[in-house]
Design a protein around this ligand. Structure first.
Ligand code: ADP
Ligand code: MG
Length: 564
């Protein structure tokens, strides 16, 4: 670039690098975690003013520009959390609007706090020390920053934290059941993205050499947001290309400068209509390679044993007098239930008899009105869904909850999110302990895929699987927790006869490995074939309980449920 000697090009590339530093972090929030932060210019403005004001000495004695940039980074991290906090309570548009509110507040403060920010007149930008003090030096400095931002955010995206963000976005209930604590995870990402955004602001102030509040417009905020959208969710390269395109667009269409917002909007519409997955979908080859046609799922019991076998039996999973109503409906009404380790306990009953609700109570998704639940004699806190994974309870869902854009392998690896010693910082910097965690996690996920018989499809996007394969994938994900108890909600629904036979073999292997299984099912054959104990529900109450042989001939069960 310096060889061309064209400073105009140099400035544009620098601006792309500066924007990308912010967008790289924003990408984790919008593209990965799915939080609609449209007002991120707030942190950009904050960083620009913090750096410029500290370096110019408007508030205190002037400090070196690089130190001012570092302070801006810290301030950005803190305010990143402040701007992000509403995301823990507000959803979609409500959160989006709250971020816009912050953007307005920051701009208004910059305008009104004249003795520090210079008000409408503005303040000079920081000048970094040589060799970063001229056009080319600043270009390299910003490119270095952009590279670092790319590396760090790519590390996070590829780590178990990045996969957990996507799980929060696409399957939040499943994420809770896996033990992913959304607030903690989001706060770490808000810290990182806030620091990057504010430092991008500091670089921007240096690039502009002089900043006024009107440089930080709503259009700029939209540019950041749209760059991620047209780039595509869950990708780094896509949003990077999006940033380049959106920054170049007004330049190549200079006569249309007044139309830039219009151009963004038109481009966004075109992309959303033509390629809903954004640029990332165009780059994704996984979604085009044909899948083998007649593929069969062949679970391997020995892999199940290698994956989950544990010797210490944890004691029974017990419910006593569990009651829960929805409005006037008593979905579960004084239910007692004991599931023993190493046993398959069938839970059957007509539609609406409270089976799924029972699973939701056990997995902490619902808080019962009355009754108690315990595992191995230790109480299970009612309504605390994120601690069930740590207690050794894993589950699948009546409708599979998956991350369609992630590979089958990644979907299963998400099941092991809580396993690993390294922290977020180690993941950010790809330190050795983090890399070892990832290797172990991948090994175990491949073993889980072998166990359920899906190892041939590990690299395929999950949304390309058949329904029956998704059911087995969910079981593999649940097995990643090495559960003491596995709750299965109608795993045989939608499966062909042969697949049900394989499912039975798989569930038996899980039992042989010492895990207790609570199996909600409609297929009477499967229940009577593999269960050790059966409980029959009707209108939320136990109609009968006993061995399959007893239930099969139980008068009321036969007349009310099994039929002739
Ligand atoms: P099953 O899984 O046995 O078919 P459920 O546990 O899903 O039955 O439902 C039991 C009863 O509770 C049904 O009458 C159902 O309509 C009601 N129910 C379940 N979930 C809810 C909910 N979130 N809100 C209101 N009613 C619900
Ligand atoms: Mg159900």
């Amino acid at each position: 670039m310096p060889l061309t000697g064209n400073e105009y090009y140099g400035l544009i590339v620098t601006r792309i690098a500066v924007y990308w530093v912010l967008i790289a972090g924003l990408n984790l929030i919008v593209g990965y975690a799915g939080q609609l932060a449209i007002g991120y210019v707030a942190l950009f403005t904050l960083g620009a003013y913090t750096t410029a004001v500290l370096a110019a000495g408007n508030a205190f004695a002037p400090i070196p520009a690089l130190a001012a940039l570092a302070v801006a980074g810290v301030a950005g991290a803190v305010f990143g959390v402040v701007v992000g906090l509403p995301a823990l309570r507000l959803r979609t548009f409500y959160f989006a609007i709250s971020t816009l509110g912050f953007a307005t507040i920051v701009t208004q403060i910059a305008l009104a706090w004249q003795e520090v920010t210079g008000g409408g007149i503005g303040v000079v930008g920081p000048v970094f020390p040589a060799p970063f003090d001229d056009t080319w030096g600043l270009l390299y400095f910003c490119l270095g920053f952009a590279t670092l931002a790319t590396w760090i955010t790519a590390n996070v995206a590829r780590s178990r934290f990045g996969r957990a963000l996507v799980a929060i976005r696409d399957a939040d209930v499943a994420a809770e059941a896996i033990g992913i604590a959304k607030p903690r995870l989001l706060i770490m990402v808000f810290l990182l993205a806030g620091a990057l955004a504010a430092m991008a602001g500091g670089l921007f102030a240096a690039l502009q050499t002089y900043i006024t509040p009107d440089a930080f417009t709503f259009e700029l905020s939209l540019l950041f947001f749209i760059a991620v959208l047209i780039g595509g969710r869950g990708s780094i390269l896509g949003p990077l290309l999006g940033t380049i395109i959106l920054t170049l667009l007004p330049e190549v269409a200079a006569p249309l400068a007044a139309w830039s917002t219009f151009l963004y909007a038109a481009l966004l519409l075109a992309i959303v209509l033509a390629v809903p997955g954004g640029i990332a979908a165009l780059l994704d080859r996984r979604s085009r390679r044909p899948l083998p046609a007649n593929r069969t799922i062949t679970p391997r019991p020995e892999a199940v044993r290698a994956l989950i076998a544990h010797d210490a039996a944890p004691g029974a999973l017990s419910l006593r007098g569990i009651t829960l109503s929805f409005g006037g409906v008593r979905a579960v009404d004084g239910l007692d239930l004991d599931v023993l380790p190493g046993q398959i306990h069938g839970l059957i009953g007509p539609n609406g008899s409270g089976k799924t609700t029972t699973l939701n109570v056990i997995s902490g998704y619902y808080r019962p009105e009355a009754g108690s639940q315990s595992l191995g004699g230790v109480e299970l806190t009612p309504g605390l869904s994120t601690d069930r994974a740590a207690r050794g309870i894993a589950r699948t869902f009546q409708t599979p909850r998956l991350i369609g854009e992630a590979s089958v392998l990644e979907n299963v690896m998400i099941g092991g999110t809580t396993q690993g010693q390294s922290g977020f910082l180690e993941a950010m910097l790809a330190l050795p302990r983090h890399r070892r965690d990832e290797r172990l996690l991948e090994q175990r996920a491949r073993l889980a895929l072998q166990a359920v018989g899906l190892d041939g499809l590990a690299e395929v996007r999950a949304d390309r699987l058949q329904h029956s394969e998704l059911r087995f994938m969910e079981i593999a994900r649940a097995l990643m927790l090495r559960p003491a108890f596995l709750l299965l909600d109608e795993p045989a629904a939608g499966l062909a006869h042969e697949e049900i036979r394989r499912l039975a073999a798989l569930v038996r292997a899980v039992r042989e490995a010492g895990t207790g299984v609570l199996l909600v099912e409609h297929h009477a054959d499967l229940i009577f074939d593999i269960c050790d104990q059966v409980t029959v529900l009707n209108l939320g109450r136990t109609l009968a309980a006993g061995t399959p042989a007893e239930i099969r001939v139980h008068k009321e069960v036969v007349s009310a449920y099994l039929g002739a």
